[in-house]
Design a protein around this ligand. Structure first.
Ligand SMILES: [Zn+2]
Length: 444
């Protein structure tokens, strides 16, 4: 996909500097996010919070120093003490870090930031807090600020992206490292494909912007419960060239096929099955971005094609079964199991899970369960299915598969499959961290 391919370019560009460098920044942002999460959570029912950290001179990569007060005894919200509508001369803030929540309805900082509606954390952090921290930092260390870390639970919104751009322009020697945990911040982005696309574009723009100013953007994902990352988005179902983009995807709330399309030519989008029979088509106009719903349930082998007005084939995606979550090796199985792999796909709009292994006799009490993520961030577990109920996929193969009920709104933000080992029908174990799990398969 576009985002990932850009990201790869950046990673390659940075490798010559230091391989561990990126990991250090990434780790530092995670530490900040984790250390302040609990403090913030006790004081807010909403998820958004931000942490701003100025890296001390010669700080070891990947470490965060708090001084003079460790965060667990710090006040819930730490920022300069600004009273009334004035930043007073003694408002210096003697810390290398601060943590913030949004200023709802501009109740606290409305006057000083000239805003009447909720002020976002990035705005407070960069416009209000940073100048004070920087001033103190300069005198304390007799040094300029080189690296600034900003963690924000949600990806910065469009307005905050502009604020970040302004910050970068006015601080050309500072490297800004931004990490976030969730892509979609609100406005029902998660369920609106057009907004999803805008968010994806913003993430990419922000990444480019930061890279151009010696910084970086990190998608930290959620910190728990799984150590397993998100699926690497397959490049196969997203094709692009200089004239446009074509993306074959799913409606995760019902299992139907979607195609995202933008192109400089008039033409036709065709949905074809595994035998290359056309099963649906739609006329599309030049220069319009469209989410096309074909009213068909996704199946293996489906692919999308774009023909221009002269019937010339201009673009074609890979078949759908190249686009899902590939075989994952289950890591935490009893020693007497040989290798077991799990594969997550969609067949006829339904989650389709296949297992491969040599010792299905050992596995007969084991279960597979789906975990869906809904728009509100809730997770829903399906009923578990016994491996015994999995059917041989092809005659004589070592693969057995099971088709779950169709996707529904519980899956709107993605889903994954868990493998649960059981010694008997009632004696099942799986680790808290769900090591035996596929990556989340997310809509974008
Ligand atoms: Zn914002």
């Amino acid at each position: 996909m576009m985002v990932n391919s850009f990201f790869l370019v950046f990673v390659c560009g940075l490798l010559w500097i230091s391989v561990s460098d990126g990991q250090g920044h990434d780790q530092r942002l995670k530490t900040l996010a984790n250390d302040f999460r609990n403090i913030i959570a006790q004081n807010s029912i909403r998820k958004q919070y931000a942490v701003l950290y100025l890296s001390k001179p010669a700080a070891t990569s990947g470490q965060v120093y708090y001084e003079p007060t460790p965060p667990h005894v710090a006040p819930a919200f730490v920022y300069p003490d600004i009273t009334g509508d004035m930043i007073t001369n003694n408002a210096d803030y003697p810390y290398t870090y601060s943590a913030l929540t949004p200023d709802y309805n501009a109740a606290r900082f409305g006057k000083v930031l000239h805003k009447a509606t909720t002020i976002h954390t990035e705005d407070i952090a960069l416009k209000l807090v940073f100048p004070h921290m920087e001033k103190w930092f300069n005198s304390k260390y007799n040094a300029n600020v080189i690296s600034v870390y900003l963690y924000s639970y949600y990806l910065p919104c469009p307005d905050c992206t502009n604020i970040i751009q302004t910050f970068l322009t006015s601080h050309p020697t500072i490297g800004l490292y931004i990490g976030f945990s969730q892509l979609y911040g609100g406005n029902n982005e998660g369920s609106d494909p057009a907004k999803r696309q805008q968010t994806k574009q913003r993430k990419q723009n922000l990444s480019i912007m930061l890279n151009n100013h010696h910084g970086r953007l990190f998608d930290l994902g959620s910190f728990k419960p799984s150590p397993v990352g998100k699926r690497e988005t397959s490049e196969g179902c997203f094709v692009s060239d200089a004239n446009g983009e074509l993306f074959l995807t799913l409606n995760f709330t019902n299992g139907e096929v979607l195609a995202f399309f933008t192109r400089k030519l008039n033409g036709t989008i065709v949905l074809a099955d595994k035998d290359d029979n056309d099963i649906a088509s739609r006329t599309v106009l030049a220069d319009e971005s469209e989410i096309i719903s074909f009213g068909k349930y996704m199946n293996e082998g489906f692919n999308a094609k774009f023909y221009d007005g002269l019937d010339g084939l201009k673009m074609q995606t890979e078949p759908w079964n190249q686009c899902g979550v590939d075989m994952e090796v289950m890591k935490e199985l009893p020693a007497h199991y040989s290798e077991v792999r799990i594969w997550l796909q969609i067949q006829d709009g339904s989650p389709f899970v296949c297992l491969s292994g040599r010792k299905f006799s050992h596995m007969k009490f084991d279960r597979v369960q789906l975990e869906g993520k809904s728009e509100k961030g809730l997770t829903t577990l399906s009923n578990s299915v016994l491996v015994n109920q999995f059917k041989e996929h092809k005659i004589g193969s070592e693969e057995r598969c099971y088709k779950f009920p169709r996707l529904n709104k519980d899956f709107s933000e993605g889903f994954r499959a868990k493998y649960i080992t059981c010694a008997s029908y009632t004696n099942c174990t799986y680790g808290e961290l769900y090591d035996n799990v596929t990556p989340y398969w997310t809509p974008w």
